[in-house]
Design a protein around this ligand. Structure first.
Ligand code: B12
Ligand code: SF4
Length: 493
């Protein structure tokens, strides 16, 4: 039996970042593999990190299809069907466009696979597999332990990725979530004890929770984090702005080892938030979000979307300036992308605003629709500019200086620079298969910060526009001349 995560066509493009694709192993497939009989001979291949062996002759081939790997997934599926294998396809893109996927598979799956895949295996064993399975039973109770033994840990920087919930309680119009979970619950968690058991099975210290919204269920989150205290873990995850301000779950998370958080700010405009159905962000004080995380020593990966209907040509500079000023550690910018199956796609399609159906381009880096307040070219150039600008040495330095403690400043600097400024070094380490050697470095950068640093008195978020003299001079000493860059250039968009 063979399980495959095909790589995206973009693997040959100049934007290809091997490190981004060597972060996480194929968790979805390892989850499905747990339902196979223990004596099955299984091969799990991830094309992002290894060359596929396509000369074998498996009986059953299981392929996971995202939007940007869809064409490659279909190609591999056709190949194995021609060799006589039984091929099944599932995942987000198959769920969005089942009719497109169906001709390439013997069976297709819509939605999460925890209930349908074991049912299919029974039907297959009985010689009566169906053409199509749609998930409706949604529970993570009794989930068998993920087959992590099939994962080649040495190929990933973060082999300990984990999900303890599925979906999200919110309904943003651009998100994959509502389409993927249609026909059943769209947000549910594991039992806390099961989640803790899965965590304790993971070796090492560092974990990355890939849940859409780790604080989506406050009670679950609190119990989970309280159970994790004393486990000596450090971890990263994702949550919404409202959940950070809502209660003290974020403090429990920090006490349990949370060191960096992906936060969906998306836009600084209230109108754009309302348009995108992102009600949970409306009227929230973003600075307060940053201040709270900063006070807990949690670094921020801020997510921002460009091209929402209210966005004009100034949106790029406004966003980057804000992110640098408040001290966002890393920023992930996206060109608004209407994924098929979302409310946004339907809306744009009904207004003839979809400009391309080439799924390879649906990677949040290309403009595949007609924006309202600028041209597609302006949007693309503004997006490129924002990345360049945010990750200029001088801006990395400035953003790092926004924090309260010196240690947080240094961590910010190394994390942000390490992620974006040393691409050739990452490529080399991946080529010589030594990624695992860098895990202790990552763990060191994620080590705790106590904001009782005597040298730190205030920061920009608490009202002053400059970091404390002592703190910034310590950072400057360490960083030397790195920030000696020319003046900021004008936005090209
Ligand atoms: C980790 C992650 C990545 C990692 C790699 C993932 C990996 N190695 O598996 C990296 C960083 C490389 C990445 C990259 C990208 N990602 Co990504 N990623 C995720 C994330 C956060 C978690 C995925 C995960 O592990 N989920 C947990 C597991 C358990 O769930 P799962 O993988 O979906 O598998 C379940 C089901 O889908 C189903 N299933 C899947 N396959 C099959 C097959 C069969 C036969 C069956 C029965 C069932 C089945 O069963 C599994 C168990 O329930 C998701 C968000 C999310 N919550 O899913 C986004 C997400 C998948 N990514 C997304 C996107 C857009 C991208 C990028 C294009 C972004 C970019 N700008 O570069 C790239 C391209 C990826 C590609 N290869 O094409 C979108 C996909 C949208 C879409 N409609 O396809 C998502 C949903 C994020 C979002 N909210 O928009 N990503
Ligand atoms: S909060 Fe995030 S995961 Fe939840 S619906 Fe909105 S974009 Fe999707």
């Amino acid at each position: 039996m063979k399980l495959i995560l095909p790589a995206l066509t973009e693997a040959t493009s100049p934007y290809w970042r091997p490190i981004k694709y060597s972060l996480f192993p194929p968790l979805g497939l390892a989850t499905l593999a747990a339902y196979l009989p223990p004596d099955t001979k299984i091969s799990l291949q991830d094309e992002h990190v290894e060359k596929l062996n396509l000369d074998d002759e498996p009986d059953l081939v299981v392929i996971q299809v995202y939007i940007t790997n869809a064409y490659r997934a279909y190609e591999i599926a056709d190949h194995y069907r021609a060799r006589g294998a039984y091929v099944v396809l599932g995942g987000l893109h198959v769920t969005s466009l089942p009719n497109e996927a169906a001709p390439h598979g013997d069976t297709i799956f819509l939605g999460p696979g925890e209930h349908t895949f074991p049912q299919f295996l029974k039907d297959l064993a009985a010689g009566q597999p169906q053409r199509r399975y749609e998930s409706s039973v949604r529970t993570l109770k009794g989930l068998p332990p993920i087959r992590r033994d099939l994962i080649q840990r040495h190929r990933y920087l973060v082999p300990n990725s984990i999900v303890v919930s599925r979906g999200c309680p919110h309904h943003c119009t651009f998100c994959y979530k509502d389409g993927f979970f249609a026909g059943g619950r769209s947000f549910y968690t594991q039992q806390v004890d099961d989640a803790l058991a899965e965590i304790s099975r993971l070796p090492g210290k560092h974990l990355y929770f890939l849940d859409d919204h780790l604080l989506g269920n406050t009670r679950f989150a609190r119990d989970l984090f309280r159970g994790m205290r004393g486990m000596g873990r450090i971890f990263q995850g994702a949550a919404t702005v409202d959940s950070i301000l809502r209660d003290d779950a974020i403090e429990d998370a920090a006490a349990a080892g949370l060191r960096s958080l992906f936060v969906g700010f998306e836009t600084l405009s209230n109108n754009a938030l309302a348009d995108a159905g992102k009600r949970q962000n409306l009227g929230r004080n973003y600075r307060e979000v940053v201040r709270r995380l900063d006070s807990l020593g949690v670094m921020i990966n801020g997510s921002f979307v460009f091209g929402l209907d209210g966005d004009d040509r100034d949106v790029f500079r406004r966003t980057v300036d804000w992110a640098v000023e408040v001290g966002v550690t890393t920023a992930t910018f996206h060109v608004l992308t209407p994924y098929p199956g979302t409310a946004l796609f339907q809306e744009m399609e009904s207004r003839n605003r979809i400009a391309s159906r080439n799924w390879d381009l649906y990677d949040t880096r290309h403009v595949i629709y007609q924006p309202l307040c600028m041209s597609p070219d302006e949007l693309k150039r503004g997006y490129d500019w924002a990345y360049q600008e945010f990750y200029r040495w001088s801006n990395i330095f400035d953003a790092a200086s926004a924090h309260i403690s010196t240690k947080h400043q240094l961590k910010h600097f190394f994390y942000s620079a390490g992620w974006k400024k040393f691409e050739p070094a990452w490529d080399f380490v991946i080529r010589v298969k030594q990624l695992a050697q860098l895990r202790p470095v990552l763990e060191a950068v994620l080590s705790p910060v106590t904001n009782r640093d005597p040298k730190s008195k205030t920061n920009r978020l608490s009202g002053r526009n400059q970091p404390t003299v002592e703190a910034s001079s310590a950072t400057r000493l360490l960083l030397g001349n790195l920030s000696n860059e020319p003046q900021k250039h004008q936005i090209s968009a």
